[in-house]
Design a protein around this ligand. Structure first.
Ligand code: MOS
Length: 707
């Protein structure tokens, strides 16, 4: 509970519940998009351009068409002319729209076959003839400004500062690589199209697909229940979804188009390469006077993705003078997209690394530097915080970690030299409107909402919320979900589902309770009340709406409060000075994110985020080969698992953020980890790596490593 918190209803104590979807997932009963095999289904694979830049001269499919099982090879000549696509399509112009090759793997043909194996054999036999040009590699593209923002007088702040820090921080591109690759099964029944789609926001598929194919939106129906991981790669609409539907119409048979693992690299997005330069102006006590943050991210030649990493610098610390610059650099790659955690994820890598460097320059504890710059109100616009438990998180995290006494503990453990690092975590609180329905029936309740389960436990949490509101057991609640015929909710991204859909479900349950009261059955067990009212079913509707009917807002736009989530991460890293190897020995995270509905699933989100952050910090890198311009390696790399992670949440109920008091958690845990790990490596062996991932050679290149 924090001092700034608005007085709200007395929150019910959080209940840990294991996931209702766990048994079907473990037994294989859970149905993913690719598990749908409508009668007569054909399998499609995309044929990608073999060069990263040039012009398509022709596609020779003759050798493919004689292979057993191959039924067709579609090229631009077979496909309809696609119009320009509206957001949230990831691309404005579909592939096949002209003969330009802008990235390696850009689809130039689609092989249809009776099996995936036959389709892949067909692909290998297709001959693509290209005129090759020189691709534009990362670091050599044209840079375009996309956003400038200034506050106060930065030059004066720099002139006045006792301490100035200026450093550039890099991070490699990295791909989401969900367990279930992106894919779509499309079936036409006359003019009506059904898509079984592996997505994070099925409602938004409809306007894009209907525009692309020139069909009535009412005739497009999307089913998406279990989504085998998303991480942002399935947030926007990608060309393969439209191509599956187009191919099915041409073939007059259902088509399943699931990207092959290697095809994921070029046919959906990734987190871009980023170059961020931070300039800090501070007093000798580490108090910020000014902050400059310049961000460049790569984008595609024809499509633009901006990774707005400067948001972190705008919203986290009380800094009077700001200069924020965002640029994109156009290179011969497919377009990037948001990736867990977007925005502040990359932003904090730079900002929090610079804050750690400031602490070292000032001879201060990095925790004290954060406390000295705590923002009492939103630095962006002066609004009070809806709630802000960051100070409590710092205090509790430092206590649990033993931060203040870290250097009194042994500095070596066998081959490992031990270092400690910390960083602040923060995300905007993304909110999307949506509606939900609760049907009270004999024996229990049914929640209806078009959500998807990307592995976060959303069914479990929504059933809990409905049960809490109705006063029945979560075991008496089931969900109907993952179908665009159900009430439209916000997307399953941006850490927004529990906040928005959870609130709509709570409102729908309250509507049921209100109707029971109007029937003279208030104050009873709802199932008994239904019975006494002589009803078989009672339907409640609920919605989560934003000020001004907005379709999205971050940071509580349009409300009297600034809404964000907060946290702190402390990491203990072992560095092997002979080999430059790193081990995450311990991580402690404490988060301020409003009410936690289900501690078990919430904790899983945060440990997942920390593991994800460790991967970003030390392992993940999708290189663009600079001569050919293609993604260098198109396969999976390792994953790392922390030995021990200690997660907790500050106790809050944030009424201003949502009806259920939650502010959103999913991606928060993935912020700050990289900066904390880099600081721990520096603490261990004195090497400052400013270029993610922190690979062994970079540690060894940093000079003599004796502790
Ligand atoms: Mo996340 S990038 O909002 O799926």
């Amino acid at each position: 509970m924090t001092a700034t918190q608005a007085a709200g209803p007395v929150p019910r104590p959080p209940q840990s519940r294991t996931r209702v979807e766990a048994p079907p997932k473990l037994t294989g009963a859970a149905c993913y998009a690719a598990d749908h095999r409508p009668d007569g289904v054909l399998h499609a694979v995309l044929v990608g351009a073999p060069v990263a830049a040039g012009r398509l001269r022709g596609v020779d499919a003759a050798a493919a068409l004689i292979l057993p099982g191959v039924t067709a090879v579609l090229t631009a000549a077979d496909l309809p002319a696609f119009p320009e696509l509206p957001p949230p399509s990831a691309v404005r112009a579909m592939p096949f729209s002209d003969d330009r090759i802008r990235y390696e793997g850009q689809p130039v043909a689609i092989v249809l076959a009776e099996s995936v194996e036959a389709a892949e054999a067909g692909r290998a036999a297709v001959v693509v003839d290209c005129e090759r040009e020189t691709p534009v590699p990362i670091g050599h593209g044209r840079r375009e400004p996309v956003m400038d923002e200034d506050r106060g007088d930065l030059d004066a702040a720099l002139a006045r500062a006792a301490i100035r820090i200026e450093q550039t921080y890099l991070q490699a591109p990295r791909h989401h690589h969900t367990m279930e690759t992106s894919g779509t099964v499309a079936r036409w029944d006359g003019d009506r199209l059904t898509l079984w789609d592996s997505v994070q926001a099925s409602s938004t598929v409809i306007p894009v697909v209907s525009t692309a194919l020139g069909v009535d939106a009412a005739d497009v129906h999307v089913v998406a229940r279990h989504t085998g991981g998303g991480f942002g790669a399935k947030g926007y609409i990608w060309p393969h979804e439209i191509l599956a539907a187009a191919a099915a119409r041409i073939a007059e048979r259902p088509v399943s188009l699931h990207l092959r693992r290697a095809d994921q690299f070029s046919n959906v997005g990734y987190q871009p390469w980023m170059e961020q330069t931070i300039r800090l102006a501070a007093t000798a006590e580490g108090v910020l006077l000014g902050l400059e943050h310049t961000v460049v991210n790569n984008t595609a030649l024809a499509d633009t993705h901006v990774e707005p990493a400067t948001e972190a610098s705008k919203s986290l610390y009380a800094v009077p003078a700001l200069r924020l610059r965002q640029q994109v650099e156009r290179v011969s790659l497919n377009v990037p997209t948001p990736m867990r955690a977007p925005v502040e994820g990359p932003g904090l890598w730079a900002l929090e690394s610079a804050m750690n460097e400031l602490a070292d320059a000032a001879g201060l504890d990095p925790l004290d530097v954060r406390l000295a710059n705590f923002a009492e109100v939103s630095p962006a616009d002066g609004r009070p915080w809806s709630a802000n438990g960051l100070r409590e998180a710092y205090q509790e995290g430092a206590r649990r970690y033993g931060w203040r006494t870290r250097h009194q503990r042994p500095r070596r453990d066998g081959p490992w030299v031990i270092g400690h690092g910390m960083a602040t975590c923060t995300m905007g609180s993304f909110r999307f409107p949506g509606v939900s329905r609760v049907r009270l029936r004999r024996g229990g309740a049914v929640v209806e909402a078009n959500v998807h389960d990307i592995g976060t436990g959303v069914q479990t949490v929504l059933c809990q919320i409905a049960a809490d509101e109705l006063g029945i057991s979560p075991d008496q609640v089931e969900m109907r979900w993952g179908d665009t015929d159900l009430p439209r909710t916000g997307p399953t991204y941006g850490s927004s589902t529990t906040v928005g859909t959870g609130s709509a479900v709570a409102a729908a349950a309250r509507d049921v309770t209100k109707q029971l009261a109007e029937l003279g059955q208030g104050g009873r067990d709802p199932l008994e009340a239904l019975d006494r009212a002589g009803l078989d079913e009672l339907v409640g509707e609920g919605s989560f709406e934003l000020p001004g009917g907005a379709g999205f807002n971050a940071d509580g736009a349009g409300t009297p409060y600034a809404i964000r989530t907060w946290g702190v991460i402390f990491t203990e890293v072992g560095v092997d000075p002979d080999f430059g190897l790193l081990r995450l020995r311990r991580a402690v995270g404490v988060y301020s994110a409003g009410r936690i509905v289900n501690p078990v699933t919430a904790r899983a989100q945060m440990t997942g985020g920390i593991i994800w952050g460790w991967g970003k910090a030390t392992m993940e890198e999708s290189d663009q080969e600079p001569v050919s311009g293609r993604w260098l390696a198109k396969n999976l790399s390792n994953v790392a698992v922390p030995v021990n992670a200690d997660i907790s949440f500050t106790d809050e109920y944030d009424e201003a953020a949502s009806l259920i008091g939650a502010r959103g958690i999913g991606e928060l845990g993935a912020t700050g980890v990289d900066a904390a790990v880099a600081a721990a490596v520096h603490d261990a062996v004195g090497v400052r790596v400013r270029d993610l991932p922190i690979l062994p050679w970079k540690v060894l290149a940093g000079g003599p490593l004796s502790p």
